[in-house]
Unconditional design. Structure first.
Length: 114
């Protein structure tokens, strides 16, 4: 298939998905207004429980992305140095992601205990 067809198909698919999300949200809100909900009640339905984002979420994602980045660098180094196959990448990335999430769990548990 020609690259231009693939590019056009990709961007049209993204536009269709984005448009359907917007249309669906609009229809949902119109139906709420038709049923007599006030704007404050509608806003409370979409509000996050507890208000703002929990600060430990940033720590979790930071540890996860750093550990995955290190895994990618190590797997590239292993592949170049020891001529390993491409199968090293997914295994090492998954392992490092799991170790990063476990690290976050122990940090969060220690933080919650204190």
């Amino acid at each position: 298939m020609e690259p231009i067809v693939v590019s056009i198909t990709f961007f049209m698919s993204v536009a269709a998905i984005w448009g359907s999300i917007i249309i669906t949200r609009h229809r949902e809100r119109v139906m709420m207004i038709d049923r007599g909900l006030k704007s404050d009640e509608i806003k409370s339905l979409y509000a996050r429980p507890g208000g703002a984002v929990h600060p430990m979420n940033s720590l979790k994602w930071g540890i996860l992305f750093v550990s995955v980045g290190i895994a990618i660098l190590v797997s590239i180094w292993l592949r170049e140095t020891y001529l390993l196959s491409e199968g090293v990448f997914p295994g090492l990335i998954t392992l490092a992601g799991g170790i990063g999430l476990l690290t976050f769990y122990f940090i969060a548990r220690k933080q919650a205990a204190s």
